[in-house]
Design a protein around this ligand. Structure first.
Ligand code: ZN
Length: 406
């Protein structure tokens, strides 16, 4: 991305200059690098996941200025189309050129939802066949991708950015040495700020204050909502003149929760947008701290699921957590992994599968003290074999292994 005529950026800051301008009503194409800016390769080692430089992430395209947008407006964004690098079967070394990957990040470099159970780095490479994906690291599975962007949003105002930095620093201060950390404060290494030249006072301000792109916040950001698929309409609060809309982190597919942290099938590619404005829309609709959206209408249809239940109990230590949906969903994931291991997958393979496949995660019960109840819905049709439970027992086979570190 640093070699582009108009570079992108990897921090949120109101003073990053617009890369291009459009009018309300325009339709246009944006090309995106994969979120690490192609640090990971199409190979059988997870060393590149273990060693990835996370300060460079996420690498975003933009900002795109929308003429006439003012703070208080709602920016209407239609996702008209998206996909991997064109033409569909373009091949090459960068994610999106006919292939993508799913990674489990090491506990000491990013971590993930089950990092206490899977502390090392793992990877699965996926090959794209039109809309379908298969993996040499996860044999027996084939599914149609619900393609979507992981991350799009508007620039924060200077006041909003200051609030983010204040509250995230306060959170970090509650346990500053935690691994993985509670949050990521501004960090001056590997900063890219569009056309601002390194060393200028404007660039230094972005490096010093710019918010990291990992969490979703009041401007949108890294939602990782798999239903931002083709046909979606998303309404973003506008916090600065021109809105300064940016994004990237395209996904070929992802399960609810993106549990391995890099759990989607990550790719570079293109996304076609239409934009419009609802003047004064934030007050008109009471939308101030959040985007709202209408899900896309282009996705595979699954009619049968195997659903795993989790409650807010740590069964290993027999500890009860009060109404904790995070603990409950973690149990649902672990329960699904134990089930899939009976069919010949390693735990790491099952974890990679649940991050990337179109599983549905639900908060099923959140009122029955003391146990929150969450469920993970696994579509049975993504397997080449019958994954349903029967009296004959599971269909076991040698299902290989994902990419591991050396
Ligand atoms: Zn992603």
């Amino acid at each position: 991305m640093t070699e582009q005529v108009v570079p992108g950026h990897n921090r949120w800051h109101p003073d990053i200059p617009v890369a291009a301008e459009v009018n309300p009503g325009d339709e246009f194409r944006v090309e995106c690098r994969e979120w690490t800016d192609a640090q990971l390769g199409n190979n059988d080692s997870a060393n590149d996941v273990r060693d990835v430089a996370l300060d460079r992430c996420h690498m975003l395209s933009g900002p795109i200025g929308i003429r006439g947008a003012e703070p208080g407006d709602l920016l209407v964004v239609d996702i008209l189309d998206l996909g991997p690098c064109q033409p569909p079967q373009e091949t090459g070394p960068a994610p999106g050129q006919g292939w993508g990957y799913t990674g489990v990040f090491a506990k000491v470099n990013g971590g993930g939802f089950l990092t206490d159970y899977f502390p090392d780095a793992y990877k699965a490479i996926w090959d794209f066949h039109g809309q379908r994906a298969t993996s040499r690291h996860l044999p027996g599975i084939r599914y149609t991708g619900i393609t979507h962007p992981g991350l799009f949003g508007t620039a924060p105002s200077a006041d909003l950015l200051a609030k983010w930095n204040e509250r995230e620093r306060a959170l970090i201060a509650t346990d500053p040495d935690r691994v993985p950390p509670l949050a990521l404060p501004p960090n001056e290494s590997d900063v890219l700020a569009g056309t601002l030249s390194a060393g200028s006072s404007e660039f230094n301000a972005v490096a010093r204050e710019g918010a990291r792109t990992v969490p979703a916040r009041e401007n949108g950001g890294n939602h990782d909502i798999k239903n931002f698929s083709r046909g979606s309409r998303v309404l973003y609060p506008v916090h600065v003149p021109g809105a300064k809309f940016s994004g990237g982190d395209l996904h070929f597919s992802q399960g609810d929760g993106e549990i391995t942290f890099c759990g989607a099938i990550e790719m570079g590619g293109f996304i076609d947008f239409g934009v419009d404005l609802i003047k004064g829309g934030m007050a008109m609709y009471g939308v101030t701290t959040n985007p709202v959206f209408m899900p896309g209408n282009v996705e595979p249809r699954y009619t049968e699921f195997l659903s795993f239940v989790g409650v807010s109990v740590d069964h290993d230590t027999n500890t009860n957590y009060y109404m904790d949906a995070t603990v409950a969903y973690r149990r649902a994931c672990l329960n699904a992994i134990e089930y899939l291991k009976k069919f010949g997958y390693s735990g790491e393979q099952a974890y990679l599968l649940l991050g990337s496949a179109p599983i549905e995660g639900r908060i099923s019960g959140i009122v029955d003290i003391p146990n929150a109840c969450c469920t993970l819905y696994l579509p049975t049709a993504i397997f080449d074999f019958d994954v349903r439970p029967t009296a004959a027992g599971p269909t076991t086979a040698n299902r290989g292994q994902c990419a591991v570190t050396s």
